[in-house]
Design a protein. Sequence first.
Length: 462
Amino acid sequence: MYDVAVVGSGPGGYFCAMRASQLGLKVACIEEVSLLGGTCLHYGCIPSQTLLHSSELYARFAHEAAKRGIEIEKASSHFPLMMDQKIEVVGDLSAALKALFQKHHIDVIQGRGRITDKHTITVFSDAGKKQVTAKSIVLATGSRPVPLPFLPFDEKKILSSTGALSLQTLPKSMVIIGGGAVGVELASVYSRLGTKVTIIEMMPSICTGMERSLADALYELLKGQKIRFLLNSNVIGAKDLGAKGVQLWVRLGDGIETTITGSVVVVAIGRHPLSNDLGLLELNIDVTSKGNIMVNSQFRTSHPNIYAIGDLIDGPMLAHRATLEGIAVAEIIAGQKPRLDYTQVPNVIYTNPEAATVGLTEDMAKELGKSVLTGEYELKGNPRARCARNLDGFVKVVADAETKRLLGLHILASHASEMISVGAIALAKKMTLEELASLPFPHPTYSEAIKEACLAALGGAF
């Protein structure tokens, strides 16, 4: 019998398995496919980040070449190489993860896991089925993209995010349904390469839940990058036009109906927990109507030795959030008492510029009844941004007006993903704006804009 059996090898699952092994527990990890790493490594974070990087380099080079009258090959010629690089990066990281599992003596059992009693997982594979027993079971199977009822994925012309990151040829046009993080990131990749991209979003703004001023500014910048938006709009029907692509019927915000055609359509309206085939009903494990497994503050289900983490439970579907939960569960099983504070978990959108946020937005803070103090600093005043000609964006701090304690940090800037951890640390340490502004930020760096935003809030901006 194992001490811990983890079902799923995504960021939550593999960090849980490795941390449990570090703590002296005997661990097995059950994974349905032959490769470790889950959606993040193979179909999400890593492939998208690789393509975002490649497409941004191409767009910058093409722009500078054009200014000098130099003609370069079209992106369609480079696209296969970009995809090859993506495959190489994923392969390298997958091999590294396999080596880590071997280092930590974690048994990998390939197959689809289903709980058959509170200590037993039946694993189904091409070789048959086998039973794995464990004192504790951790469910970390992640999530899947949600299709529209009248637009089932075929991953040829009707794409999920997985299919959109695996295209073999560069499409002439792309319609993306959904203006959240996935939608705008995919739009960024393909618009940079010359694809005509339209985003259809049912809400009046993109990236709902983000600090509103940040989302509004990002929207304007993306429009300037030739991404077309149809906000307050719903897709109500579709027709396959064969070689011409897919035609969508769209109801606009004013009630007018129109059509739009794309070589491919990407449906990026959200993800659904992969909880429906885990044997939960038979064990009376509580699940919400949305498919989320219900857990307590210790990630325990209605069976105290069965845990669930990551995309399976309620909350933002973020790889680094799942990682924290996986490590926490391993420590709980080992008898420790870890503490998680979700207000310290950053969220990043990898557009250009990047949008990153941590803690409370201004609206959230006001809804909690706090007296709010804010400060902003535009990147056009930042020396490093001027050197690199990355002048778009700003930094905004949200603080308690009485105590001056930081409540949230929101950044729209090149390298915002690298800067936002300053805010996470400041929140964890309960720092005030004065304390944050007094830190010696190196010069010239983008991160100096954080100091300037704090000073602006305090009335001491230079």
